[in-house]
Design a protein around this ligand. Structure first.
Ligand code: NDP
Length: 327
């Protein structure tokens, strides 16, 4: 038997999230590597799934958890053997395939990467999909030629998991970071991560003009909707906006003006299906470029039993930083 956070829907469509004991024989046969999960985490998508807020879960019942770190127990995959330390992010785990908010998970070896040297399982899950997505955004800015001396970088949804790790990464790399947040009481926390200024997110969340005063050399946007539209409208000539999130909304009420009149680039960031090479590079960079003291300061640790309540805080928008789950 193993313990897991199970999401269920009955024939009447009633939803239930609970901690259950499950049989190992119930684990999905499509997985070829059995992993003893030591740590997991809660991301925005886990919040959506655990609170049944949007159709994240595609099969019922589902074990939640899009991220996991642990030790291989059994493997029929040539790339892994018992004892290997691995991490898993995305690939539909916790959505279409039983996830990692559980003591055991049966995963596809093609989805796993070896845990990078220099990061413990706890640190890897404190980073989780959110931190790895922040790294993908930073890599996107770098690839577009945005350098520390190009100008200020705007990070929206700053107190969230992606935003807080993005600030820590960018500031360590020498960028000047401006954060937007709806939590004025967290301004000092954001400055301790490396933000030079914290702006009220209300300045971005209402409809704005298609072209506004040019300020940002680059943007990490976790929020979407009017915030993303305004960020594009304020991006300097030739700058790059990386869009990874939808905390305000899925819509993009914008015009082509920033793109065709200022050569602004809008770069989409997807962590879920990113190819292995991209993932491994992002994790290598996280191991070298993230200040682990800052990571510790932006992470709170809770047991699996506390995951359902914490998911509610993510959905209420009251969470700050990253949530590490010890299994
Ligand atoms: P969190 O819940 O940790 O943070 C989201 C932050 O967005 C909040 O802390 C809040 O920050 C801000 N926010 C919340 N509600 C609103 C609102 N209505 N309007 C404006 N801002 C709001 O989530 P994550 O950081 O983990 O994820 C951020 C986004 O990125 C999510 O939409 C998530 O789905 C997406 N994501 C996408 C991935 C991808 O592969 N593309 C991977 C991982 C995440 P504050 O109070 O400081 O303003």
């Amino acid at each position: 038997m193993f313990k897991a956070l199970l999401l269920q829907k009955n024939e009447q469509g009633e939803f239930k999230a609970s901690i259950e004991q499950l049989e190992e024989s119930q684990l999905p046969e499509t997985g070829d590597v059995l992993v003893q999960i030591s740590h997991s985490t809660l991301n925005y998508k886990d919040g959506l799934a655990i609170c049944n807020k949007s159709p994240v879960v595609r099969h019922w019942p589902m074990v939640a958890g899009i991220d996991g770190a642990g030790t291989v127990l059994e493997s029929a995959h040539p790339g892994f053997k018992p004892g290997d330390e691995v991490i898993l992010n995305g690939f539909g785990v916790g959505e279409t395939h039983w996830g990692c908010l559980a003591e055991k998970a049966k995963l596809k070896g093609d989805w796993l990467i070896k845990r990078p040297e220099g990061l413990s399982a706890a640190q890897a899950m404190a980073i989780g999909t959110a931190g790895y997505t922040a790294m993908l955004c930073v890599l996107g800015l770098e690839k577009s030629g945005v350098k520390p001396n190009s100008g200020e970088i705007l990070v929206t949804g700053a107190t969230g998991g992606v935003g807080s790790v993005a600030i820590a990464l960018l500031s360590k790399l020498g960028y000047t970071v401006v954060a937007t947040s709806g939590k004025p009481e967290q301004a000092e926390f954001l400055k301790s991560l490396g933000a030079s200024e914290v702006m009220d997110r209300k300045l971005f969340s209402e409809p704005g003009k298609p072209l506004q005063r040019e300020r940002w050399a680059g943007v990490v946007d976790c929020v979407g909707s009017h915030t993303l539209a305004n960020a594009c409208a304020q991006t300097k000539y030739g700058g790059t906006v990386t869009a990874c999130g939808l905390a305000q909304g899925m819509d993009l009420p914008s015009s082509v003006a920033p793109f065709i009149l200022r050569g602004v680039a809008l770069k989409g960031i997807d962590s879920v299906m990113a190819p292995l090479q991209v993932r491994e590079n992002a994790w290598r960079r996280l191991a070298s470029d993230l200040d682990l003291k800052k990571l510790e300061n932006l992470t709170r640790t809770i047991p699996l039993d506390g995951a359902i309540e914490a998911a509610g805080q993510i959905m209420a928008g009251t969470n700050t930083g990253r949530i590490l789950i010890t299994i």
